[in-house]
Every structure is written in structure tokens, then in C-alpha cells.
Design a protein around this ligand. Structure first.
Ligand SMILES: *[C@@H]1O[C@H](CO)[C@@H](O)[C@H](O)[C@H]1NC(C)=O
Ligand SMILES: *[C@@H]1O[C@H](CO)[C@@H](O)[C@H](O)[C@H]1NC(C)=O
Length: 194
């Protein structure tokens, strides 16, 4: 995020410095982000591609091709890893989202997707560029995730979020009622056995 800002600042400075003799050709900054907090085997991962045209003219015939998710490791369950956008006006943004599902667990190096575009109406050459790379991530086995985030645990989290910003009070209440309950059960058991 910080380096992205640096790039933006740098580009903005360059644009100001070069004055406005002529509209600068289209230039696309493209980021590739993983929107999930947890990467889990067999569960959806949302990938977001954001295009930002920092040039002075529209970028045309924009093609994005992400061939970093091979069929041996991932299946595509929503959106596409190959997309074309006719036109991105100067200063405008475009986004694309794809959903993939890892078929195995382990470390995975999330690398750049490729993009190409024409930087103006009469551009003779196609521009090639890469998106940012999200970097390495650990895809956890489904069983491990399931154990940590069993429905009981998720209930607790949502209850805590809905009722109080602090986890401490509901936990204390739960704990005291649990110990009361256990005390009652204990007494009953004692009563029965005596
Ligand atoms: C496009 O995205 C950039 C970077 O996220 C942001 O600074 C800019 O304001 C956005 N422009 C528009 C028109 O939304
Ligand atoms: C991930 O891949 C990129 C590009 O191939 C490489 O530069 C980087 O060192 C790799 N990172 C890891 C942790 O393997």
C-alpha cells in the first residue's frame, strides 16, 4: 500500500513537472489483491484487479491475463482470469474480480498477472506491463481451519460483535453461567448419588 502511494506521488510529480504541452499517453497502474483474510484449501479466494489510468489519454484494448493459477493447484469458480476492457479514460479506474478455489494446501507464491494495452488511438506498439504481486501466502488445510473456526466459535464471535465491543464481558457472563450450571449439575449428581 505504501509503495503504491509512492508510485502515485512519483507519477503525479512527473506529470506536473512535464507541464501540459501535450496529453501524455495512457499509463496503467494495475494492482492485484487478495481480498481474503484466510486462505483455505477448497474455499473461495477473491482476487481483485484494480486498473488506474494515470496518463492523459484513454487506454485502449486493455487485456489482462493471469496465468499464475494453474489447474493443478486451483479451480476458477467465478469471473475469469482473462479479461479485456475496451477503454479506460484518463484518470479513471476499472476493477475486475475473479474467484478461485485452491485444490491443495501449502505455501503459494502469488505473482503478477500480465497486462497489455494501447496507449493512444494511433499507438503503433502494444504496451506490456505487470500487475503488483500479492506475494507468498499460506493456504491452510481445510481440516485445520474447520477445527479453529467451528460453528460454536463463529457463534461466539458474532455474538460478541453484536452485543458488545469487548469480548471480556460476554465471556465473563458465559463463564459464570457455565460454572453455575456446572455447580447445579454437580449438586444434582451429588444429590442422586447420596
Ligand atoms: C482511482 O484510484 C486511485 C487509486 O486507488 C485513486 O487515488 C483515485 O482517486 C481513483 N479515481 C477515481 C476517479 O475514482
Ligand atoms: C515469488 O515470485 C517472485 C517472482 O517470480 C520472486 O521474485 C519472489 O522471490 C518469489 N517469492 C518467494 C517467497 O518465493
Amino acid at each position: 500500500m505504501e509503495s503504491w502511494l509512492k508510485v502515485l506521488v512519483l507519477v503525479a510529480t512527473l506529470t506536473l513537472a512535464s507541464g501540459n504541452e501535450e496529453a501524455s499517453p495512457a499509463k496503467l497502474l494495475v494492482s492485484k489483491q487478495i481480498l481474503n483474510k484466510y486462505l483455505v484449501e477448497g474455499m473461495d479466494i477473491v482476487i481483485k484487479y484494480s486498473f488506474y489510468n494515470v496518463g492523459g489519454t484513454a487506454a485502449l484494448d486493455v487485456q489482462l491475463n493471469d496465468n499464475t493459477f494453474g489447474p493443478q493447484d486451483f479451480e476458477v469458480v467465478g469471473g475469469q482470469l482473462k479479461v479485456s476492457i475496451d477503454r479506460i479514460p484518463p484518470g479513471a479506474n476499472a476493477t475486475h474480480v475473479a474467484v478461485i478455489r485452491p485444490t491443495r494446501y501449502g505455501y503459494f507464491n502469488f505473482t503478477s498477472a500480465e497486462i497489455s494495452y494501447l496507449s493512444s488511438e494511433d499507438a503503433a506498439e502494444v504496451q506490456y506491463a505487470l500487475t503488483s504481486e500479492p506475494g507468498q501466502g499460506a493456504i491452510v488445510p481445510f481440516r485445520e481451519f474447520d477445527r479453529k473456526f467451528s460453528p460454536h466459535m463463529l457463534d461466539w464471535v458474532s455474538f460478541a460483535v453484536m452485543s458488545l465491543p469487548s469480548l471480556v464481558l460476554p465471556f465473563a457472563l458465559w463463564f459464570s453461567s457455565k460454572s453455575k450450571y456446572e455447580a447445579i449439575v454437580g449438586q444434582k449428581k451429588e444429590g442422586k448419588s447420596s
